[in-house]
Design a protein around this ligand. Structure first.
Ligand SMILES: [Mn+2]
Length: 431
C-alpha cells in the first residue's frame, strides 16, 4: 500500500491580516500533483486543518473544491481522504460530505458522538476506507480527545482485515513527545499518549503539529530523504506551507509504503519548495537598520535577487522613524507587486536596559497590535490567574463564538429572505 500523507493545509489563510496566500497554496498543489503522477499512490490523505478558519471565504472554498475535483479527475483510481481539523468547522465540512462521496472523495467532518447511545451499530464503518491494498481509519479532530474511539476504529478494521492488509490511521491531535516548534498553542497543547492510540495500525498519519517528524525519532533525521520504521510508526507530515514565521524549518509531504499488517514502513520525504520564504531584514549577521532608507536598501537587494517572501524588519531602537513608518514600508513594498510582503512585527535591536525595579511589560505594543485572539493574551498571562481553568475558558469562548456565528447566519438568512421577497414584489406586475 502506498500513500501520500499531508495535513494542515490552512486554505484561505490571510497572512498578517493582509496577504492572501492562494498563490502559495496553488504552488504547493502543483508539486503535489507532480508527486501523485510520479509515485501513483493508492491514496492521498489530508489529516485535518483543511481551512485556516471555521468560516472560510467563498474563494477559499472554491479553491478547495476545484483543487480536489482536479485531483479526482487526474487520478480516478487514487483514494482521496480528507478529515476536519481543529481549525475547521466539523459540521460545515460534513455538510458537503455527501456531494464529495458521489465523486469517490471521502471528506469527514464530525467526529463520532462521545455518547455511546448516539452511535449506531458499526458506526466505525463510516470512518473506515477499505482499499484493495489496505485500510484507512480516518478520524477527524475530536475536541475531547476520546482515543478509545480511535481504538474502536482499528479494532473494527482488525475484524474486517482477514488477509493481513496494512492499516493507516489518520487523526488530528497532539501526541506526547512531539516537537511543537512554531505551534501557536505551545504550553496549552493537550497531548495524548502514544499508547492511547493502541496497536491496531501500521502507520499513523497525523495532523495538527506543523513540523514534520516521526515520533520517537530524531528531528535531525528529517534531512534524510528516506527512513524505514517497524510497524506502528506515528508521523506528522507537517503543514503544507509554513503557517507562521516561526516555521522556517523545511516542510515536506510524506510518501509512505507499507508491505503488510505488522510489516515495515518505508518513508520518503518529498521536500516542498515554498513559493515565499520568511526573511529578517537586515539579516541577523548584519547591523540592524538605523533608518527607513537602510531598510529599503535591504529590500532592494533582496528584490534584485528575484526573491519572494515575507520580510520582518530589524530596526535599531534609537533609529529616528516617523510614527507611521509601518505604512511607509507597506507603500514601499507595493512597488514589488507584493512579491515582497511585510511582517509588521518589527524586531527592535539595542533596546536600552531598563532601570532596576522598573516593571517590564509582558507584551510590547507591536505584540498587542498583532494579537487577534483574546485567548492568546490570556494564555500568555495565565500565571497571574492561578484559579483560572483555562480549558474551561477555552471551551466557553468556543461556545460563544459558535453562538455568535449562528446568530450571524440567521441574521444573514433573514436579510436574504427579505431581499428576495422585495425582488419578487418588484417583478410582480401591478394590475
Ligand atoms: Mn494546523
Amino acid at each position: 500500500m502506498k500513500i501520500i500523507h499531508t495535513a494542515d493545509l490552512h486554505l484561505g489563510q490571510i497572512m498578517y491580516q493582509y496577504y492572501d496566500r492562494v498563490d502559495e497554496h496553488r504552488h504547493f498543489f502543483n508539486q503535489l500533483m507532480g508527486w501523485c503522477e510520479e509515485h501513483r499512490p493508492d491514496a492521498l490523505v489530508v489529516s485535518g486543518d483543511i481551512y485556516d478558519i471555521p468560516q472560510p471565504s467563498a474563494s477559499a472554498r472554491e479553491f478547495f473544491n476545484s483543487t480536489f475535483v482536479t485531483f479526482r479527475q487526474a487520478f480516478p483510481h487514487m483514494a482521496i481522504v480528507v478529515t476536519a481539523g481543529n481549525h475547521d468547522s466539523a459540521s460545515r465540512i460534513k455538510a458537503d460530505s455527501s456531494v464529495w462521496h458521489l465523486s469517490g472523495v471521502t471528506v469527514l467532518g464530525n467526529a463520532p458522538s462521545a455518547d455511546p447511545n448516539q452511535r449506531r451499530e458499526h458506526w466505525e464503518d463510516d470512518y473506515i476506507v477499505e482499499l484493495p491494498s489496505g485500510f484507512i481509519a480516518a478520524m477527524p479532530f475530536m475536541g475531547n480527545n476520546r482515543t478509545e474511539l480511535i481504538v474502536a476504529l482499528t479494532d473494527r478494521i482488525a475484524q474486517r482485515n482477514t488477509d493481513g492488509r496494512p492499516v493507516v490511521l489518520m487523526a488530528h491531535l497532539a501526541v506526547d513527545g512531539c516537537d511543537p516548534l512554531g505551534h501557536d498553542d505551545v504550553g496549552t497543547l493537550r497531548c495524548v499518549t502514544t499508547a492511547a492510540l493502541g496497536m491496531g495500525f501500521d502507520y499513523a498519519a497525523l495532523g495538527h503539529i506543523h513540523r514534520p517528524q516521526t515520533l520517537g525519532h530524531d528531528i535531525a533525521d528529517e534531512s534524510q530523504p528516506h527512513s524505514s520504521y517497524p510497524a506502528g510508526a506515528i508521523r506528522y507530515s507537517g503543514s503544507a506551507l509554513h503557517v507562521s514565521c516561526d516555521e522556517t524549518y523545511p516542510h515536506s509531504v510524506s510518501l509512505v509504503e507499507l508491505d503488510r499488517r505488522g510489516g515495515t514502513v518505508e518513508l520518503t520525504r518529498l521536500r516542498i519548495d515554498e513559493l515565499r520564504h520568511f526573511y529578517t531584514l537586515p539579516a541577523t549577521d548584519k547591523p540592524a537598520a538605523h533608518s527607513l532608507n537602510d531598510l529599503y536598501a535591504a529590500i532592494d537587494s533582496l528584490q534584485s535577487k528575484g526573491l519572494r517572501g515575507y520580510i520582518r524588519p530589524r530596526i535599531d531602537y534609537g533609529a529616528p522613524l516617523p510614527t507611521d513608518f509601518v505604512n511607509s514600508i507597506y507603500q514601499y513594498l507595493e512597488k514589488t507587486g507584493n512579491e515582497l510582503r511585510l511582517n509588521p512585527k518589527t524586531i527592535w535591536e539595542n533596546i536600552p536596559p531598563r532601570e532596576e525595579n522598573a516593571e517590564r511589560p509582558i507584551f510590547e505594543i507591536a505584540d498587542l497590535q498583532q494579537m487577534t485572539d483574546p485567548l492568546h493574551f490570556i494564555a500568555e498571562t495565565r500565571q497571574q490567574y492561578p484559579e483560572l481553568d483555562f480549558e474551561q475558558l477555552k471551551a466557553d469562548f468556543e461556545e460563544i463564538q459558535n453562538e455568535l456565528r449562528r446568530q450571524q447566519e440567521s441574521a444573514d438568512n433573514k436579510r436574504n429572505a427579505k431581499k428576495n421577497a422585495s425582488k419578487n414584489n418588484e417583478s410582480t406586475p401591478t394590475l
